[in-house]
Design a binder for this molecule. Structure first.
Ligand code: NAD
Length: 471
């Protein structure tokens, strides 16, 4: 029986391994992590992450061929294939601070693999890493090898949170990069056989190591760039009376462009887009490609601009002050169908409004009060000017309520900001909400999910990204 071990039981490691275990009953899969609470949650009825369909497959495989454990060294030493899916955040200090990927977790995983391995291993980069990381990993493993042979593969993950299981069941492509040597090709073949259990062969792409590593950064940069492009267009729409939904539709009908990822919004979030673009910027700078670096930087600048623009619109619409006014925040996660709040635009929007002394009442169906308070008490890391900042003063975040009901959140509010496109927000009783709000009652839709005319007919003053403004 082939044994797989995945180091890192997070948003990628957990779902990816659950799907491998589900699709390959003959493979034993152990997912290991140093975070005890996370592993305990994976072994409980309350999984540590929310993903539609995940609970079902974990329940079917757990204890049969899928195991979650903190016995990291034991499972690593027994495995034939080791996936490394640890976090690779942006460095916050030292060389490359604010841009470069922090590979501390990766390096310590690699050293541990070298320490405990007694038989030859295939080590798979599942985390998103800078191009050429495999070279560094090879050095660490080879110089500590005690006779064990390693093959490093790059197999970046393209799943999107919120649709992780669907994406893993039916991926657009699986990318495997390896060395162009007989052993490298043998390793590629071994990993290919795992995926071939359910992924059509023509969707499994094999490349050299560096192409695979760089493709992941490139894919995220292209996706984020599309969002910033449509968001930049949304500002122009507001200035001219064009409607960004109509513009996106017209533009996306061009088959060379296509319709996906053209929704204007308050900005992109999530743990990956900004981090991976910063990483790309750093790699460009290190290679003397300043013009290319500044091209990609602009994608993040436009994203920051969009979030600020939204806050400014809220404040200026509400007679240039939100001081002491209750504002309901609907949605805090960075997108629907996830409880993940990493880099969510809601953090910047809420901080902007709190900074103007607004009183916030926040509702999100999947995010806990603890998480929201933690996110808002951390200061944003300024990637353009990387210095360590102090947490926000607790007196500012005391004007914060987290509630478990939309109607409670909006009761007595002067304004309502819709920041995550949860499906349940499409069917809200806006008449009831309007009746219980202060007048004039404002709606600021950061996701273009409400029916603007319907809300205006009720009596709301409505701002929706990239749409013609209320008279
Ligand atoms: P995560 O923070 O949710 O999970 C990483 C886990 O690794 C944590 O639980 C941490 O405790 C564990 N870990 C760190 N060092 C360890 C060690 N030495 N031994 C054992 N466990 C260790 O991160 P994530 O969202 O799953 O992302 C992981 C990687 O995948 C990142 O590089 C990310 O960029 C990439 N990625 C993420 C997504 C996504 O949607 N989240 C999608 C594609 C790729």
């Amino acid at each position: 029986m082939v044994k797989i071990c995945c180091i890192g039981a997070g948003y990628v490691g957990g779902p990816t391994m659950a799907v491998i275990a589900f699709k390959c009953p003959a493979i034993e899969v152990a997912v290991v992590d140093i975070a005890f609470a996370r592993i305990a949650a994976w072994n409980s009825d309350q999984l540590p992450i929310y993903e539609p369909g995940l609970e079902d497959i974990v329940k079917q495989c757990r204890g049969k061929n899928l195991f979650f454990s903190t016995e990291v060294e034991k499972h690593v030493s027994e495995a034939d294939i080791i996936f490394v899916s640890v976090n690779t955040p942006t460095k916050t200090r030292g060389l490359g601070a604010g841009k470069a990927a922090d590979l501390t977790y990766w390096e310590s995983a690699a050293r541990m693999i070298a320490d405990v391995s007694k038989n030859d291993k295939i080590v798979v980069e599942k985390s998103t890493v800078p191009v050429k990381t495999a070279e560094a990993i090879e050095k660490i493993l080879m110089h500590n090898s005690k006779g064990v042979k390693y093959q490093i593969l790059s197999n970046p993950e393209f799943l999107a949170e919120g649709t992780a299981i669907e994406d893993l069941f039916n991926p657009d492509r699986v990318l495997i990069g390896g060395r162009d040597t007989p052993d490298g090709q043998k390793a590629i073949q071994a990993l290919k056989e795992v995926y071939a259990q359910w992924v059509p062969k023509d969707r499994i792409i094999c490349t050299n190591l560096w192409s695979a590593e760089l493709s992941k950064l490139a894919a995220n940069a292209f996706l984020a760039q599309r969002i910033s492009s449509v968001n930049a267009m949304s500002a122009l729409c507001e200035a001219t009376g064009a409607d960004v939904t109509q513009v996106s539709h017209a533009v996306g009908k061009d088959t060379r462009i296509g319709p996906k990822f053209l929704n204007a919004s308050v900005g992109f979030g999530g743990s990956c887009f900004q981090k991976d673009i910063l990483n790309l910027v750093y790699i460009c700078e290190c290679n003397g490609l300043q013009e290319v670096a500044s091209y990609w930087k602009q994608v993040i600048r436009v994203n920051d601009y969009q979030k600020n623009r939204f806050v400014n619109r809220v404040v200026s619409s509400m007679f240039n002050t939100v001081s002491g006014k209750k504002i309901a925040i609907l949605g805090f996660a960075f997108k629907k169908d996830t409880g993940d709040t990493r880099e969510t635009p809601a953090i910047d929007v809420c901080k902007g409004l709190l900074g103007d002394n607004a009183h916030l009442s926040i509702y999100d169906p999947q995010v806990t009060e603890d998480q929201i308070r933690k996110d808002l008490s951390m200061n944003k890391f300024d990637w353009d000017n990387p210095i360590h900042l102090q947490p926000m003063s607790p007196t500012v975040i005391k004007h914060l309520n987290v509630v478990w009901d939309v109607y409670e959140a909006t009761k007595g509010a002067h304004g309502l900001c819709l920041l995550t496109e949860w499906d349940e927000f499409k069917t809200l009783n806006f008449k009831r909400i309007y009746d219980n709000m202060e007048k004039p009652a404002f709606v600021f839709d950061g996701r273009n999910t409400v029916n603007v005319q319907k809300l205006r007919d009720i009596g709301f003053i409505v701002y929706s990204i990239g749409k013609p403004l209320d008279g």
